[in-house]
Design a protein around this ligand. Sequence first.
Ligand SMILES: [Zn+2]
Length: 412
Amino acid sequence: MIDLLIRNVRIEGDLTPVDLGVDNGRILARGLNLDYVAAQEMEGNGRLLIPGFVESHLHLDIALMNDWQTPGRPEPYRSHYGLNEAMERRRREFTAEDIERRASTALEMASRHGVTALRAQCHVDREVGLKHVEVLQQVKEKYAGRVTVQIVTFPQQGLTNHPDNADLFREAFRIGADVMGGASNLDVGENGRIDWQVHINAAFDLAMELDVDLDIHADLGIPPTVTLDELETVYIAQQTIERGYQGRVTVGHASTLGVATPEVAAEAIALIQEAKLNIISQPDLYRLGREDTHNVRRGLTRVKELLAAGVNVTYASNNVRDALRPMGNFDLLEEGLILAYGAHMDTVEELNTIMRMSTYNAAQALRLPNYGLEPGCTADFVILDAPTPSAAIIGQVEKMMVVKNGRVMATN
Ligand SMILES: [Zn+2]
């Protein structure tokens, strides 16, 4: 007897429904009329079954700090810098219990929306020390059977501005962090100036010393113009190639790439592809262009051109109900619809791509082992109340069933 048998589900690309057999946390078989006896059997009625959603960039330690449920919240929008200041002010009030409660709620909400793996950005600095990492490490262990969590050490307060920083980050990895972070244009170095190349080098040095992947916030702004040499993502691509770190480096945002002329962008994208950078677009359309009085810019990176060049592009929630964005539900189907509008991705093929971006592409960025729907893969999947990805995104349909490690987490 096997653990779970799902009858009549559609898997992207196949019009004919198939059965899926699950045992011991793995996908055992996939095909027509599978002949198994199962402890639990479910009828899919021709619905779409996708591998679990992968939230590739989420600020888990600050999520829900600005929830609409709390009187007096959310913080009103001020300016990009005003938002960061509000974040800093509120961040100092956090206790370990507060972070634990919000992160737990966030993971439960994400799981109900079909997220089975998540990369959490987590503040590390001399002011908060390792408090956020310690709490997220506990939360990661508590929810291990429900959502696989990777912790990124996020140096929003700087990496090069104090000689003790490197040791603090080394310690974060000793207690469980997984991925080295970066915040290239937020680090005011010891000389009082932002030198993003110095910051990027320091982040690479630590990642390579610790043999961990690197995930950098870069090109966060939308200046009026930009040259190839001014693009942080281009420098990251050059460093990746030079240091032989292809496939292990991810860039979040890359908004400035949208500013570049087509000629500059083409050169940049060729380098990004050569370096095998993963690019995480943030489709929230919330943060940038606020001061524009006409032709308001939205700050989305060049999603379609990157995809066309073969770059691994995904999208993520980034900020959910915190000082940097009052909206969001940890729902990648919802963020996918926002991306569809923002990036003009509306054909059936493009909507299929969006679904792959938050599943297969995001899993590739996180380098999740055994991800997918082939026999032998980890049984992390979601059944959506629609027959195709385009119908699921347009209809914003229910997640009928969420399965993690072969165990049913939620049904609808
Ligand atoms: Zn971020």
